[in-house]
Design a protein around this ligand. Sequence first.
Ligand SMILES: Cc1cc2nc3c(=O)[nH]c(=O)nc-3n(C[C@H](O)[C@H](O)[C@H](O)COP(=O)(O)O)c2cc1C
Length: 412
Amino acid sequence: MSSRTSPRSKRILRSILNLEDFERVTRSRLPRAVFGYVEGGADDGEACRHNRDVFRSLRMVPRVLRDVSQCNLQTTLFGRTYAAPYIVAPMGASAVVGFNADNAMARAARRANIPFVLSANSITPIEEMARTYPEAWFAAYQHPDERNIVDMCHRVSGAGLSVYMLTADVPVASNRENNVRAGYTMPLRPSVRLSVDAALHPRWLIGTLLRTIRHRGIPRISNFDPTSRPTIFSKTLGGVTGHASFSWRQAEVVRRNWKGPFVIKGLLSPEDARIAREIGADGIVVSNHGGRQLDSAVSPIEVLAAIKAESGTMTVLADSGFRRGTDVLKGMALGADAILIGRPFLYAATLAGEQGVARAIALLAREIGIDLALLGVATPGDVSADMLLGQLPSAAAANAPRKADPLRIIRT
Ligand SMILES: Cc1cc2nc3c(=O)[nH]c(=O)nc-3n(C[C@H](O)[C@H](O)[C@H](O)COP(=O)(O)O)c2cc1C
């Protein structure tokens, strides 16, 4: 751990043994509104709970006596070999949650040789991220105007980021009642309640908000548009989401103007995976946005097998609720090439910056290494659907094409 991590943070970090622990410890350190923004889902939070429940309903069948002395987590994505099969997911406004959180997450990811995805809604500009992690990935929400798309592709490729991810599941802002109740809005609207909330969390007020303002001025959403950078208080922000009129036609425009790997994030339907393949996407992220968009959405784990069957040669990624090494391996058994993880990495950055994220990355690598050995396989790619047994609760599992269905899953 770096000498800049306080002794108290070091002690706390040592007490953290898994990804869920980061949330438990961070909760009391953030204003209610800020913690709620990260933790919360849409409507009643059903999709968030469901994302965790589906993993509990899938058990694994280990094999024994297979010489697992050489387990290896390496994973190749878009021609580059990474150290492990997981990715830091794009998260907007991260720097409002933890000081310089985008750079902390990116530095730890680069050091560990795993991908980091910068959000369009980030306060850290693309060009700054390119200095922190030159081959970081970028996740766009953008205006449907063709000129805007072309200029955004040029801006990202000019900076040198390597993968263009189009986030497709936020055509409108979802219904986040928890944010309304806690007083979180974007653009941020100062209120007595927010001020009291902040004052009750002086570590966040001084260590994140005031420190950010001292270093950067008023935070600006930096990557939503090729040129403009509205502050988080700006009325022109109009909520930070994709655009309701953005369609497959504009996705094709991105495809034509982005020469590197192009990934579409936020698919849950095999039919959409087929369209993504047909327009020439190189990859997809099967995701319900961590339960933050449609509260009744299926969980990616329930549709992965069916989507894999439609994906052809596209790289299939997944996220939403993955926390344990076994969760990552279950996703990969059902067809994912790698898994994105969101909230725990942001909590880790909030708690202890780069060192916190490094701890999160290392804990997960350790778990996956142990799990591989206990399953009797050498690499995450060797975990197959016939090592899973259980019940997928959603009807989506019953609709999965037979050929791609996990052989031993009992369908309800
Ligand atoms: C605070 C926060 C902000 C997010 N912002 C974005 C974003 O700007 N773009 C995007 O594609 N996904 C965004 N997501 C979704 C994540 O990329 C990812 O899909 C989700 O967090 C995965 O679920 P998990 O947090 O349960 O691991 C955000 C998630 C969180 C928690």
